[in-house]
Structures are given as C-alpha cells and as structure tokens.
Ligand binder design. Sequence first.
Ligand code: SAM
Length: 291
Amino acid sequence: DQHDIATPRRTKEIISKHGFSFKKSLGQNFLIDANILNKIVEAADLTSERGALEIGPGIGALTERLAQQAKAVTAVEIDQRLIPILKDSLQEYSNVNVRHGDILKVDLHELFREDFGNVDKVSVVANLPYYVTTPILMKLLEERLPLDNIVVMIQKEVAQRMAAKPGGKEYGSLSIAVQYYCEPELVCIVPKTVFIPQPNVESAVIRLKLREQPAVQVEDEQHFFDIVQSSFVQRRKTIANNLKTRYFAGGDREQLEQLLNRAGIDPARRGETLSLEEYAVLSRVFLEAGI
Ligand code: SAM
C-alpha cells in the first residue's frame, strides 16, 4: 500500500512534518521495510479475535500492521514527542490504544484487564529498543502474563543466546531463563539497512512461544535461577569451582562433589554443558541438602 508508514519516503515525510529528531538513548531505529514487517506480523499468528501489545511504536510502522490484523492493539511509547505523531498517523484505526509510558514501569496486569478483556489471546509484537531488551523480556515472562507468544526484533547476538542449546559459547543463563518459560525460534536475521537511522549492530526476529508449564519442574524458582547464575559467573571454570565460590566458600569441597555426583553431574563439567533438566535436578539435590 502506498500509504504504508514503513517506507523510506513516508517515514521521512512524517519525521519532517513533525520536526522529529531521533534520540539514540531511547534506541530509536525505525523500520522502513514492508517485507520485514510482514515476517514479524506473520510470526505472531494474529487473527481478528486476538490482541497485540506493542512496546515502542515509534511513528507507528508496525502498529499500523497490527491494527490491520488484530482485534485490539495497545502500544506503549516512552517518548512523549511521539504521542501526537502516532495519534495523527494512526487516526484511521479505531482499534489502537496508544499509551504514554515506560514499559518497565507500567502495571501490565492492569493494562491487560483494561485493554484485552475481550480478546482471545494476546501476542507481544515489537521492534524493541536494544538498550533494554533483556529487562523488558524478563518482565514479560516473570510476571506470568497471559501471553500466547512474543515476536520481537532484537540484537542478533542476543537472539542467538536466547535460542542456544547447551554446549556452545552462546548458551548461558539468558538461554535458560528464556527457555524455562518459552520455546524460542529464530525467524530471520535482519540487516542494518532496513532501519532509519541504521543501528550499529545486526538484528534478528525471534519468536518465543509461551509454554503452558515451565520446561522443568522446580520447587523454588529463585534457588534454581541462582544456581544457574552462579554456574556461569566464570565461564571457563568448572561447575564445581563456580558453585564452590557461591555456596561453599568456607570449604567443604567433598560435600559439593558428592552432591554433584548425586545429581549425576561430573564436577569437572562446565556450566555451559548442563541442560535445563540437569540444573533442575541439581537444584533439587541442593535443596534436599539444605543448601
Ligand atoms: N516500532 C517502531 C518501528 O519499528 O519503527 C520503533 C522501534 S524503535 C527500535 C524503539 C521504540 O521504543 C522507540 O520509539 C523508543 O522511543 C521506544 N522506547 C524506548 N524505551 C522504551 C521504554 N522503556 N518503554 C516504552 N517505549 C520505549
């Protein structure tokens, strides 16, 4: 459609009409490529019964597509200067609610009650500001929102870490945190050239399908994630050495090795080789031993 916001011409027009200047500190890199937008929207499985939450709508390139596909769209934008621009560029869509705010401070359960009361399922769809990707995604996951899936454009390396399997250098606590809640799938790698202005890094679209139950059963999530974190503090060290620093700083190396053996884990392995299941077993064995 020639009226699409996501073209270089329309984007430049809107920007100059409103005298807008990009703020690098807010991660403002706007999408100007219709094909990439199609891929993002397709991956979210939207229907006319579903809702979409967008984080950082910018001037509305993706918001417009979401409005065409979903029943209700809520877009939360931190930059006050963009609010009147969005109202203007999206005026023909009655199913869009633009909210001014910092997504990290918004009460999302309240937002869901207010905006998504009469939709079937909700997707988060966004071209995220890269400086806060991980805090935003962890907030969405940890608050256990009733989400079907999350489709986001993020920095390529971060997407690869989220989707990484055990055994490689990309696998770490972020992979485990994301995979605990979701099944990740890399949708596509995206070149810098589809943005105005161009970012310094390559990007990727990742799809996170929310699991109905976490990937592994753990008694105490905080304990589980604490063990995971501790196991990667010094990646080149063995799991035994990392865990010793965190839980056995006083000494008892023998007890630690016994517990690792009881969990079926060779103390000489490195944290990056353990699966989620193995971390779950380790957490259980530690808890049983009062650690
Ligand atoms: N969705 C637009 C697009 O694809 O062209 C803009 C994407 S741009 C990468 C990120 C957007 O997120 C910017 O509009 C920025 O102002 C906004 N933003 C940055 N931090 C935010 C936060 N904490 N809460 C809400 N929006 C934020």
